[in-house]
Design a protein around this ligand. Structure first.
Ligand SMILES: Nc1nc2c(c(=O)[nH]1)N[C@H]1C(S)=C(S)[C@@H](COP(=O)(O)OP(=O)(O)OC[C@H]3O[C@@H](n4cnc5c(=O)[nH]c(N)nc54)[C@H](O)[C@@H]3O)O[C@H]1N2
Ligand SMILES: Nc1nc2c(c(=O)[nH]1)N[C@H]1C(S)=C(S)[C@@H](COP(=O)(O)OP(=O)(O)OC[C@H]3O[C@@H](n4cnc5c(=O)[nH]c(N)nc54)[C@H](O)[C@@H]3O)O[C@H]1N2
Ligand SMILES: [Mo]
Length: 764
């Protein structure tokens, strides 16, 4: 089941390890960014491009989904946003000669870093059946092939339409319409591996699967929890917001197995004092929790809140519960039976640490809980997030200023894509609206999510795969299984800006359809177009690229969807949609959206207003909870301590500071003190001692799973690191091979990328 490390991935001699940094985002941050972008773009282009990031008439940063706020001062970009921009605006190009030089098999031997470094894709390419190479193909032939392969399927459900979260609202809406007009809800997306657990838990408990806070709420909060998140690397602009919140009086509690640099201390590169000063110590309290210990932590806090009521009336907001909540009695009964020994075992925290945190909670009138992948990628992620909601509801912390849930999204438009209908389990109301607008009957049976899509390809029940962005074979779990599954397809096609491994692991035939990126001008028949995106806080705004396209042969994602629809349907589009009109002028798409998706009325007018608009959110705006019970649901969640067998560790797969998901910018992880190497595993020194292993030794990571199969990732250097006891960390995508396909979260079916039981073996 193992795949050898790519040949240019790891140079054992080059790796340097130093002490982890205790602060993030100061001068080295911005200089590192500029160095990176000069390298890729040249000086003039760098200056021009970075000045346009997140400006009112500029493009939305492709980095993360953190909102921009009102004060869009020049240079509101962070180091990693700049890297994301440089990666796309690079002046390097991949030409047809490149594909003539490298066979597909050879590309499959290359590392993610090498593939990404080759530059932008410039023209459509095809790998014909039996050929060892990609060769150029016209757009018409490419669409024709895709359309005819789709039409040749026995059932529309044999096709898969994947989406990554950079796709604009306009492209996403057109894409889901195409899939449903074709006849399937097979719309797996990166969300399935990301915040699906958040959406599932929030929908069920508060009736809306999105966060309930705006930036202003953060600034008004008394207490902010940052749980399972590394904003110094993944949402650097969030640090400015946390810094401001602190200045306005908030306390911050960080809950994490790793002492992440940005959480511990922050230097703001946007302010002069941030350059010279010591920076802000961000977290007032750091709870170094064990992996997967959060359900136990929040249950303990909830139980202590109930107990505190005896002495501190008001510890629980009884008036709020009486008016707005359902399930209070059952919840109380369950939580009172909580076993403290289990709490201490699961969290690895002391009773004193938890009691002190309760002190913070009781002193705070308004509380926000922020989280990311540390909460969403475990087997019990949905119960964990439900318990976070219990915690907030107990003190009435949802639906009033300064308080609420804040799942911090990853990809810059992953939330918007869902809003536009990229979902394998669409709500009946959404389908009704679609049916009405386009006079057709969309399929009602649920489609396949990411994990089920892999199973379907593996089992031969899905045969055509189309990816709208992303890097499916690298982002998904169980790499060996997934790659074999992809290879079984009749056709795999990818709408992409950059080369990645998914182009090298193909079905019998394969297509690369090169698309415009965010930074580029989008000219259509009706003139220059802009697109729109929704950030992590439900704010929708426009994004306009200014750079000349990387090649004249690129098409916009919208144009690609519309071209494909024409090729597939001919004159007989099942949905009464004018694909040519939508492609000519994206206003036509937005007009459709305004009639289909709640909250988008007057889309075309409002998107042109400065700053865009905020989508409605019933719990936040009206304290109304559109759940099955009509109230906010308190839930009963069973605590099962995840016990790892003797001699094993629980491994989480994380991002380094030098990557964007499967795009590896460089081989360093500056804040964690790693230089020139990615095949490393961070282990607590006491665990090393207990396992009889030495800092610096090389081991194979072997995951153990109930199917009995052993999954191996070879050649990882051990780094003694202050992570929680029993908990190791290593980078994805190199470790995806270790995550079993069948190891997923209850309800959300998200791969358990943050809890994989591993052995550290001597190299095989
Ligand atoms: N530069 C850059 N920016 C990005 C991305 C990128 O790759 N690079 N990716 C984007 C995407 S798609 C996403 S989803 C986000 C991801 O943003 P993050 O969620 O911050 O990303 P991860 O690197 O997965 O970090 C997970 C964090 O949770 C902690 N953690 C892991 N398990 C647990 C646990 O059981 N309990 C607790 N309390 N903590 C835990 C880890 O130690 C780590 O700090 O970032 C987005 N932004
Ligand atoms: N083990 C492990 N696995 C994980 C995770 C983890 O923490 N651990 N995290 C998961 C998460 S949170 C996520 S979101 C997924 C990410 O999964 P994906 O979204 O599928 O992966 P990315 O690496 O973000 O995709 C990068 C590719 O997108 C293409 N691209 C970039 N910009 C554009 C654009 O504007 N248009 C188009 N058409 N293409 C573009 C480029 O070709 C690039 O190679 O990975 C998941 N996988
Ligand atoms: Mo994500």
């Amino acid at each position: 089941m193992s795949r050898k490390a790519p040949k240019d991935d790891f140079d054992d001699d080059a790796l340097e390890v130093s002490k982890p940094k205790t602060w993030a985002a100061g001068v080295p941050g911005v200089t590192a960014a500029l160095r990176d972008s000069y390298d890729q773009m040249g000086v003039r282009r760098t200056a021009l491009t970075l000045l346009r990031v997140n400006q009112k008439r500029g493009f939305d940063c492709p980095g993360c989904a953190w909102p921009e706020g009102d004060r869009r001062h020049v240079a509101e970009f962070c180091e990693n946003g700049a890297k994301a921009v440089a990666e796309e605006a690079t002046t390097r190009r991949i030409t047809r000669e490149f594909f003539a030089r490298h066979t597909v098999a050879e590309l499959g031997e290359r590392s993610d870093h090498w593939l990404g470094q080759q530059g932008r894709l410039t023209e459509p390419m095809i790998r014909r059946a039996g050929s060892e190479h990609y060769e150029p193909v016209s757009w018409d032939e490419a669409f024709g092939l895709l359309g005819s392969e789709l039409n040749a399927l026995d059932s529309p459900d044999e096709a898969l339409f994947y989406t990554s979260g950079r796709t604009s609202n306009e492209a996403a809406f057109a894409y889901q319409l195409f899939a449903r007009a074709f006849g399937t809800n097979n719309l797996p997306d990166c969300s399935n591996m990301c915040h699906e657990s958040s959406g599932s838990a929030l929908n069920e408990t508060i009736g809306v699967g999105k966060g309930s806070v705006l930036l202003d709420d953060l600034y008004r909060a008394d207490l902010i929890f940052v749980v399972g998140q590394n904003p110094g690397t993944n949402h650097p602009r969030m640090l400015s917001a946390l810094e401001r919140a602190k200045k306005e009086g908030a306390r911050i509690v960080a809950v994490n197995p790793l002492p992440e640099a940005g959480l511990m201390r922050f230097k703001n590169p946007q302010r002069p004092s941030g350059v010279a000063g010591r920076g802000t110590g961000l977290a007032d309290r750091f709870l170094q929790i064990r992996l997967n210990g959060d359900l136990a932590l929040f249950q303990a806090l909830n139980r202590m809140l109930l107990e505190a009521e005896a002495e501190t009336p008001g510890a629980v907001d009884r008036a709020f519960l009486a008016e707005h909540a359902h399930g209070v009695a059952a919840f109380e009964e369950h939580i009172k039976a909580l076993d403290w020994d289990e709490v201490l075992e699961a969290t690895g925290l002391t009773r004193g640490e938890i009691a002190a945190t309760l002190g913070d909670v009781l002193a705070a009138e308004r509380i926000v809980v922020c989280w990311a992948m540390g909460l969403t990628q475990h087997r019990n992620s949905v119960p964990t997030i439900r318990e976070v909601v219990n915690f907030l509801l107990l003190r009435g912390n949802i639906g009033r200023p300064g308080a609420g849930v804040c799942p911090v999204r990853g990809h810059s438009n992953v939330q918007g894509d869902r809003t536009m209908g990229i979902y394998e389990k669409p709500a009946p109301a959404f389908l009704d609206a679609l049916a009405e607008e386009f006079s057709f009957e969309p399929p009602r049976r649920h489609g396949l999510d990411t994990v089920d899509a892999i199973r379907a390809m593996r089992d031969g029940t899905a045969k055509v795969f189309l990816g709208m962005g992303g890097n499916f074979v690298r982002a998904t779990p169980d790499s060996a299984v997934t790659e074999a599954a992809m290879r079984r397809c009749r056709l795999t096609a990818h709408v992409s800006t950059k080369l990645n491994r998914s182009h090298a692991v193909t079905g019998e035939q394969a297509l690369i359809l090169p698309a415009l990126g965010r930074t580029e001008r989008d000219e259509q028949a009706a003139g220059p177009q802009f697109v729109s995106v929704e950030d992590s806080m439900g704010m929708v705004h426009a994004s306009r690229g200014r750079l000349a396209p990387a090649s004249p042969h690129l098409r916009s994602e919208v144009a690609i969807v519309c071209g494909l629809a024409r090729a597939t349907f001919g004159d007989a589009s099942p949905a009464d949609a004018d694909w040519t009109a939508m492609e000519r002028d994206y206003d036509v798409i937005r007009d459709h959206v305004s009639r289909v998706v709640p909250g988008f009325d007057g889309y075309n007018e409002r998107i042109r207003a400065s700053g865009g608009f905020t989508l409605p959110h019933a719990p936040r705006d009206e304290r109304r909870f559109p759940t099955a019970t009509g109230k906010a649901n308190l839930t009963v969640n069973a605590l099962e301590v995840l016990r790892v067998p003797e001699g094993r560790l629980l491994l989480q797969t994380v991002r380094s500071h030098d990557q964007y998901n499967t795009t590896v910018y460089g081989m360093d992880d500056r804040y964690r003190g790693v230089k020139a190497g990615r095949r490393v595993v961070f282990v607590n020194p006491s665990d090393l001692e207990a396992l009889g292993l030495a800092d610096g030794a090389t081991v194979d990571l072997v995951s153990e799973w109930s199917d009995g199969a052993e999954r191996r990732a070879p050649g990882f250097r051990i780094i003694a690191y202050p992570t929680a006891r029993g908990c190791a960390a290593a980078y994805f995508p190199e470790t995806n091979v270790l995550v079993p396909l069948d190891s997923t979260a209850e309800v959300s079916n998200t791969p358990t990328s943050k809890s994989v039981v591993v052995r550290l073996d001597p190299p095989a």
